[in-house]
Design a protein around this ligand. Structure first.
Ligand code: C5P
Length: 232
């Protein structure tokens, strides 16, 4: 924790990693266990994309999208372990998880002006007693002073298996080998992109979760947070 003479700055635990590594689930569970706030930064990009689609703003119009992002009318509600997301007062919790919003999010997230427009909004999630920040540039750009930076990963096969199960639970049937191929391709694209590429920072602790169950991953992250003095 850092005190520059004003109010003490709330601690941040940043979690990044490739798709299927369990970032979202682990971030939520760690935040619950600590009683900290949660920033799901991917949801913000999904909201910008959905807002653009609803308003008919082209997904490659950088100034138009940056303008939308800076005025985004979004609220994150949480009660009894149940969280909802509102866009312009309408519940879009499920809509932002659609393929269209996900595809749109990856397009708008590649635009520097959109990323810039969301910086302060993301930093505003940092409030006492602490914040778990989930997403790509949490450690490098948004919270470079995060007390703990975790890069969660797992083998491609395991990540594809997890994604397969997630989709199956939702009643969506896709072949495991197709998912594996997609995952390799997405990893390559994500690691090679120049803006917010997918790679662990030098100061990140890497956790390979292959073969680990969810409670064990949560315990390791909590233990690392305690070792860094983020928690008591
Ligand atoms: O994590 P999620 O699937 O919700 O992210 C949606 C999209 O936004 C992905 O394409 C991801 O790469 C991008 N994203 C990003 N920076 C973040 C969070 C998500 O570029 N901090």
């Amino acid at each position: 924790m850092n005190d520059l003479g004003g109010a003490p700055v709330a601690p941040v635990l940043a979690i990044d990693g490739p798709g299927g590594a369990g970032k979202g689930t682990i971030s939520r569970l760690v935040a619950d266990r600590l009683g900290w706030h949660l920033l799901d930064s991917g949801a913000l990009y999904r909201l910008v994309a959905l807002d653009a689609i609803q308003r008919g703003v082209a997904l490659d119009s950088e100034p138009g999208l940056a303008d939308l992002a800076s005025r985004l009318e979004a609220r994150f509600l949480s009660a009894d372990g149940n969280s909802r997301v509102l866009l312009n007062g309408v519940d879009v919790t499920d809509a932002i998880r659609s393929e269209a919003a996900g595809d749109g999010a990856s397009r708008v997230a590649a635009l520097p002006a959109v990323r810039r427009a969301l910086i302060e909004r993301q930093r505003a999630f940092r409030r006492a007693p602490g914040l778990v920040a989930d997403g790509r540039d949490m450690a490098a750009v948004i919270f470079p002073d995060a007390g703990l930076k975790v890069f969660l990963t797992a083998s491609v096969e395991e990540r594809a298996r997890r994604r397969h199960k997630q989709l199956k639970d939702k009643g969506i049937d896709v072949s495991l080998s197709a998912l594996s191929r997609d995952m390799v391709e997405r990893d390559r694209r994500d690691s090679e992109r120049s803006i917010a590429p997918l790679k662990p920072g030098d100061d990140a602790r890497i956790l390979d979760t292959t073969g680990m169950d969810i409670p064990r991953v949560v315990d390791v992250v909590l233990q690392w947070a305690a070792e860094r003095g983020l928690t008591t």
